[in-house]
Design a protein. Structure first.
Length: 202
């Protein structure tokens, strides 16, 4: 079993979701789609899988432990880059936006777009596929590789570390370089440069 620890490497078949803060303290949900790397600072945490599980349960409002959720942001969202592979049957941003709105009306807090609308979080996905070039972020001018993180959803009201319960904040990887409002594509090979440390505040 390829469990999360300092020796972990990305592999096909296992998706991990982790959390990051940019240099302004804005929060992003990072879905590695099997091939995206995770910061070494995160992997060094003892029992990191349980920590990430608790964080994921919290943002999806499914936590049996941390059930004091912040008030809804009541913001809006926009679609930035999107997966060619996931949306190949209708690769149109307006169509995708409408589809996401319908999902939100139907699923509420269980929809991806709720992360942007009410949680105030950016959503980044790793480039996936069964082989290089099968998937790429539509709208990005430049080459990408499997595992690169691209910005899918952009909120208008932003979450911060304060939106997480204190015991979960140590699971947020922090950057002094990245700006989620500007940085649309994160080179997977530089993930430890972008996010070299974990949140260490109170």
């Amino acid at each position: 079993m390829n469990s999360l620890n300092i020796d972990w490497v990305p592999e096909f078949g296992t998706i991990h979701t982790w959390f990051a803060a940019d240099k302004h303290g804005r929060i992003a949900v990072m879905v590695n789609n099997c091939f995206g790397d995770l910061p070494r600072a995160l992997l060094q945490i003892t029992d990191v899988e349980s920590l990430l599980e608790n964080m994921n349960e919290f943002i999806w409002e499914e936590s049996p432990i941390f059930d004091a959720y912040p008030e809804n942001k009541n913001g809006a969202f926009s679609v930035d880059l999107f997966s060619h592979l996931r949306f190949r049957s209708h690769p149109d941003k307006a169509h995708i936006t409408e589809e996401l709105k319908q999902d939100w009306q139907r699923l509420g807090s269980q929809s991806d777009v709720n992360l942007a609308i009410n949680k105030g979080m950016f959503l980044y996905f790793g480039v996936e596929g069964s082989n290089p070039g099968e998937d790429y972020p539509v709208g990005y001018e430049g080459t990408t590789q499997m595992g690169d993180y691209f910005r899918f959803l952009v909120p208008t009201v932003f979450a911060s570390v304060d939106d997480f319960p204190q015991p979960l904040r140590r699971g947020i990887a922090v950057s002094t370089i990245i700006d989620f409002e500007k940085d649309r594509l994160l080179d997977n090979r530089q993930i430890n440069t972008w996010f070299p440390a974990m949140f260490a505040g109170h």
